[in-house]
Design a protein around this ligand. Structure first.
Ligand code: ZN
Length: 276
């Protein structure tokens, strides 16, 4: 078992002895990048790629939108207080641990009806140590193409952070959405697309006026995960057929860099070639 220490972690090595791996205490936990269209990308640089979710802030006239909330190891509402100036609606593209960690910090919470039950109680403990997870879980991530380091963090948010105890408080939705529902920010309107496959209640947010799609983990420019316990490959195939025909200008995804409409079609086709 890895031993928790102040800013350090003991990693068991394969020949039976442990290596003391220093983990720095991060001076700040979140990074921010302002993009076009009133969109800001927020991310956690000290989280390994497979768990590093993109958090999106979208500026609206009467209300702002926050799409996903990261791992929840540090307070997102405090870190981003200066950009969260007014009414804010937080949307979970789905309920995997790397997307809903700070959801409880926000009063107005939207999730797809098919995953609402996952948010009504505290999440199960999720360790940041690879060895605390099942061999099947790690092998699935590696098969998909990810490198999974011994520790999922490359720094800790504070000295007393416990790498093996991460559980998020309940964050029950205040509004449930389904396909075709609309989220209105005053001067801009996002339509809910139900995009199941990665998870049953995966959703995308589509702004027809600008051609912006926030896609969550339904599609991103990296190894897609369709063999998680709640994944469904036939549903994913239908989702990819739909995404292949969406006239998007830009896709801001749940992981990895944003991409344009032609890359969206290419990624969807690659998936369909592999699975359909
Ligand atoms: Zn996910």
């Amino acid at each position: 078992m890895p031993q928790h220490g102040r800013g350090h972690v003991w990693i068991p090595w394969e020949w039976g002895y442990a290596v003391r791996m220093p983990l720095q205490i991060a001076s700040r936990w979140f990074n921010f990048e302002r993009l076009a269209d009133g969109v800001t990308r927020i991310w956690e640089p000290h989280v390994i790629r497979v768990m590093q979710c993109n958090i999106w802030h979208v500026h609206g006239r009467t209300r702002d939108l926050l799409i996903d909330t990261g791992l929840g190891v540090a307070s997102l509402s405090e870190a981003a207080a200066d950009i969260f100036g007014k009414a804010l609606t937080a949307v979970a593209t789905h309920t995997h641990v790397d997307h809903v960690g700070s959801l409880h910090e926000f009063a107005d919470r939207i999730v797809h009806a098919d995953e609402a039950h996952k948010l009504t109680s505290a999440s199960e403990n999720f360790s940041m140590m690879r060895d605390d997870h099942s061999v099947e879980f790690i092998a699935g991530l590696e098969r998909a193409g990810y490198e999974v380091d011994p520790c999922f963090l490359t720094a800790v948010p504070h000295a007393d952070f416990n790498l093996q105890q991460l559980s998020c408080p309940p964050a029950p939705a205040t509004r449930l959405v389904r396909e075709g529902d609309v989220i209105d920010l005053g001067d801009r309107v996002f339509e809910v697309l139900h995009l199941p496959g990665h998870s049953p209640g995966s959703l995308g947010l589509w702004e027809a006026k600008t051609g912006i799609l926030f896609s969550g983990d339904a599609i991103y420019d990296g190894p897609l995960l369709d063999e998680l316990p709640d994944s469904d490959i036939p549903a994913y195939i239908s989702t990819m057929r739909r995404l292949e025909n969406l006239r998007a200008r830009i896709v801001h995804a749940g992981h990895d860099p944003s991409f344009d409409g032609s890359r969206l079609r290419q990624l969807a086709r690659e998936y369909l070639m592999r699975r359909a």
